[in-house]
Design a protein around this ligand. Structure first.
Ligand SMILES: Cc1ncc(C[n+]2csc(CCOP(=O)(O)OP(=O)(O)O)c2C)c(N)n1
Ligand SMILES: [Mg+2]
Length: 286
């Protein structure tokens, strides 16, 4: 895959911008169905998901369990709405499922579960286990001689979990250069700013000290993301890779960007159409 990578031009970045827009829009539409949800996270990581799914991940929309696919592991079950929005954009989940989001028999439950949703590789509601599962999968794929990558999106809250660091240590021990961790640093968690709950800095030095090749980028800047993902995928080192992404919760919808409490958002009925309109304005869509 790395051999076929070319430097992203303005046209490619524009295409990724459109994907990011639609991921954000899908997330808002799902939020509107329930009137609430983890919408701020979805808006925050939409650019990361656009670059992952539409520049790097190998997948077959009509065959989500294709053996040759890259695996995208969502540690953070509560971010499911973000991944659903990307899976819909990728054609793995039908757009018509949006209206069933979060209802009893839906394939899109509010917390991500592998048995419910095509493209959802793991069940991730109990935080701090995604990276450990990723280590096991990456080791297994290596032993099978597979050239697939394991991506694991984890949150800054998950850096509070000892299990994340056990996994980080074992990944470098096993030289898992087919494992790419993506850390969403939005400096938020359920009760407080993440940096106040438990300081995570110097975050890049910590990962480097655990034996990882490390990038830190503005996770809402597509060009920076493309450069980091391209380097991570094409690196020839035997180390696991981590891309630390500083993101803004609610990104792309000013009324949500400025909320004080963004972990779980409730939006008044009339505010959803305003949120969608603000998103269109930000993207210059009439
Ligand atoms: C092991 C575990 N402990 C606690 C929780 C409860 N919980 C759910 S979301 C959350 C916040 C985690 O931080 P982060 O993912 O950074 O939050 P966000 O950025 O989405 O606000 C917590 C503590 C959980 N799901 N699993
Ligand atoms: Mg967080």
């Amino acid at each position: 895959m790395s051999a076929s990578l070319s430097i992203a031009g303005a046209e490619e970045v524009q295409k990724l911008r459109q994907h990011a827009y639609r991921i954000r829009r899908n997330a808002l539409l799902m939020g509107e169905v329930q009137g609430q949800g983890y919408v701020g996270q979805a808006l925050g990581v939409a650019d990361v998901l656009a670059v992952a799914y539409f520049r790097h991940l190998k997948f077959r929309a009509d065959d989500p369990e294709w053996e040759g696919r890259d695996r995208f592991l969502l540690s953070i079950g509560h971010y499911a709405i973000a991944l659903y929005a990307a899976l819909i954009e990728a054609g793995i989940v039908l757009e018509s499922e949006i209206e069933n989001y979060g209802s009893d028999d839906s394939i899109l439950p509010m917390s991500g579960m592998a048995t419910y949703t095509p493209g959802m590789e793991i069940t991730g509601g109990s935080l701090g286990h995604g990276l450990g599962i990723g280590v096991g999968m990456a080791l297994g794929l290596k032993r099978k001689g597979s050239d697939s990558y394991i991506y694991n999106l984890l949150s800054d809250g998950e850096l509070n979990e000892g299990s994340t660091w056990e996994a980080a240590a074992s990944a470098s021990h096993w030289k898992l250069n087919n494992l790419i961790a993506i850390v969403d640093v939005n400096d938020q968690q359920a009760d407080e700013r993440s940096s106040k709950v438990l300081n995570y800095e110097p975050i890049a030095d910590r990962w480097t000290a655990f034996g990882w090749e490390t990038w830190r980028v503005n996770g809402n800047d597509l060009e920076e993301l493309v450069r980091a993902f391209d380097s991570a995928v094409s690196s020839q080192s035997d180390k696991p890779r981590v891309i630390i992404c500083d993101t803004l919760m609610g990104r792309g919808v000013p009324l949500l960007e400025t909320r004080e409490k963004t972990h779980f958002i409730r939006v008044d009925e009339d505010e959803w159409s305003l949120a969608l309109k603000q998103l269109d304005d930000v993207y210059g869509i009439k």
